[in-house]
Design a protein around this ligand. Structure first.
Ligand code: BGC
Length: 277
């Protein structure tokens, strides 16, 4: 057992020389994660589907601060586009160390009105997209193995989940099902990949102030109603999740694999029970 301080007490750049791919990094939580990773030394591929202006803006913020990034368009639910994206990141930066499966969307509808298209689109991007990207990342991690100067792990995969991995959500059955699926997907591949020194983890954000849930926070009335679900009494910010993603991907969290960390101001504490039950 070792208890010793490093000779150099200065905070090293936690993800120095690591290559990260963040899907859906042109806005919301993905943008927050990409910026947080770049801030601590990662080179970042900013994946997007539609908004190349927004993706270019994220790249510019990183480059202006002296970091490295580039934008790449790919629909994560399409196998050929995912394969081309991985070929591109390997061609550009030589390899990949961190995958953040973040791309996701909601297509809300009452269950009886939900179309097959609403269902397939959400499952396709939120769940199948994580499968396709994780598979390509795992292949590269296994082929390359551990590079000791970079990280003690051979690779890290972060699966963006949600409090709706565990909280049922009427009117959002496709979305909640995709997030429940991500939980079991993450654990199963974590079990399979751990012997290869690959860590796989989930992040379960609560209500984070992003375009996906604008209706829930853009008026004082909506925000007050939302805060009833958050014991800590504030809405989350993309940077909250960014800091957690950095830490999980770093060697500081090397003994963590196969679990989802909920970052939700207490949303999963069943606040309705605080004065009831
Ligand atoms: C959803 C948001 C919602 C939050 C809390 C997230 O996963 O995307 O729309 O505000 O969960 O319910």
């Amino acid at each position: 057992m070792q208890y010793k301080l490093q000779a150099d007490m200065k905070q090293a750049k936690l993800l120095k020389d690591q290559v990260a791919l963040v899907t859906g990094a042109d806005s919301g939580i993905g943008k927050g994660v990409a910026l947080a990773m770049a801030q601590v030394g990662a080179k970042v591929l900013i994946n997007y589907v539609h908004n190349h202006y927004a993706a270019d803006e994220v790249v510019k913020i990183i480059k202006d601060a002296g970091g490295e990034a580039f934008a790449h368009q790919a629909d994560v639910s399409k196998e050929d586009e995912v394969k081309a994206m991985f070929a591109k990141i390997i061609e550009t930066y030589g390899t990949i160390d961190i995958l953040v499966n973040n791309a996701g969307l909601q297509k809300d509808a009452k269950f009886v009105d939900m179309t097959l298209d609403d269902w397939n689109t959400v499952i396709g991007i939120n769940l199948t997209g994580q499968f396709l990207c994780s598979r390509e990342a795992a292949k590269e991690f296994i082929k390359r193995g551990v590079v000791e100067d970079v990280s003690v792990a051979a690779g890290k995969i972060i699966c963006m989940s949600s409090v709706h991995e565990v909280i049922p959500w009427a009117g959002h059955v496709n979305y909640a099902t995709s997030k429940g699926g991500i939980g079991m997907f993450m654990k199963s591949i974590a079990q399979e990949l751990a012997p290869h020194k690959i860590r796989v983890m989930g992040i379960g954000p609560g209500a984070i102030q992003t375009p996906i849930n604008k209706e829930a926070w853009d008026t004082p009335q909506a925000l007050n109603k939302l805060l009833e679900l958050i014991p800590y009494n504030r809405i989350g910010q993309p940077d909250d999740i960014g800091k957690l993603a950095v830490w999980l991907a770093s060697d500081e969290a090397d003994y963590i694999t196969g679990t989802t960390i909920f970052m939700d101001g207490g949303m999963t504490l069943y606040p309705g029970f605080a004065d009831n039950g």
